[in-house]
Design a protein around this ligand. Structure first.
Ligand code: ADP
Ligand code: MG
Length: 314
């Protein structure tokens, strides 16, 4: 495109809250054939709230340990919130805020440890407490299956369900027990569905990439009109850029849309990286396009601006 065309395009974009980082990005955007959305904070508003606390009764470690009497749901929540206090993760904040809103006194934990993409572990009242996904528990030798039905029910509702387990101080090596499940939910943004259909109307394929579990991801995909075959779930933070590269290796030109710190490497490897709205500074820095508003419809707008300006001036 001529410098004049580039200037017109970037100006029109900026007026619409779409910031292109340079003329070559403006030219590339029209050739995007696949948009990959991050889930949390991108298609959803990212404001997680605690929705459920479920006690999983008598779930011991397969016999090595006599099952302790089940806790109350407030006790399960207190353990989870205390262990999560050291985490900055939106899930952790939802659990802590939810506990406080129920009048639970959330204490301080020791030996806090973050397990990226899986959860947290910390010492609460002298016991190790784990809060996270199935893999987190399995890696500690704790069987998550007594909570399987509860987890599946919550996940099919699009919620992120987290297992809560503890390892009593007097337990034999590695003998832990599952005590319950806490779940959080996040609201799908009002325009996410319209954004997906606007892109599909243009012939752009739409995908979902998330660290969250398959069932939750599919429930959100269904709510916004993304094909279940286009869902890539349980992708670890450090694997998101590889996932984008794998899609591009199929010969697709990918626009990756995300808001989080986790997303920066994926934004950087994408044909076009797009940071949305309330995005973190890291995401904005890694991106080629920044959407000033928190509106997924602006993704289609970015492609349209690129298309229209270049078509008109050439
Ligand atoms: P996302 O891609 O949605 O930002 P992450 O990669 O951060 O997700 O986390 C993936 C999964 O790991 C979460 O859905 C959750 O099951 C688990 N997880 C991560 N951090 C925490 C935490 N602080 N507490 C409990 N579970 C967590
Ligand atoms: Mg995220």
């Amino acid at each position: 495109a001529t410098p004049a065309a580039t200037m017109v395009g970037t100006t029109i974009g900026a007026r619409n809250g779409v910031l292109f980082k340079g003329g070559d990005v403006l030219e590339r955007a029209k050739d995007v054939d696949t948009v990959v959305f991050d889930k949390t904070g991108t298609l959803t508003d990212g404001e997680m709230e605690l929705t459920d606390v479920v006690v999983v009764a008598g779930a011991a470690d397969g016999g090595a340990l006599a099952p302790s009497p089940p806790l109350t749901d407030d006790e399960v929540l207190r353990l989870a919130a205390t262990a999560e206090r050291g985490s900055e993760h939106p899930l952790a904040r939802a659990v802590v805020d939810g506990a406080r809103a129920r009048g639970i006194d959330v204490g301080g934990a020791e030996d806090f440890e973050n397990v990226p993409g899986h959860g947290v572990r910390a010492t609460v009242d002298g016991e190790a407490v784990l809060v996270g996904n199935r893999k987190l528990l399995r890696d500690e030798g704790i069987d998550p299956s007594p909570a399987a039905e509860t987890m599946e029910r919550l996940e099919s509702e699009g919620k992120t369900a987290m297992l809560v387990a503890r390892v009593p101080a007097d337990a034999a090596d590695g003998a832990g027990e599952l005590v319950g499940v806490v779940a959080t939910a996040d609201t799908v943004k009002g325009s996410s569905k319209a954004a997906v259909s606007a892109l599909r109307d243009r012939g752009v394929d739409v995908m979902l990439l998330t660290g969250d579990n398959e069932r939750t991801a599919r429930a959100v995909a269904e709510a916004v009109g993304i094909d279940p075959a286009n869902v890539r779930a349980e992708v670890l933070p450090e694997d998101k850029s590889d996932a984008v590269e794998a899609i591009q290796d199929e010969g697709r030109r990918v626009m990756m849309v995300g808001d989080g710190v986790n997303d920066a490497p994926a934004l950087a490897v994408a044909y076009v990286g797009c940071a949305i709205g309330s995005g973190t500074d890291v995401a904005i820095e890694a991106a080629d396009v920044t959407l000033m508003r928190d509106d997924p419809l602006d993704v289609a707008k970015a492609i349209r601006v690129s298309d229209a300006t270049l078509a008109k001036v050439q």
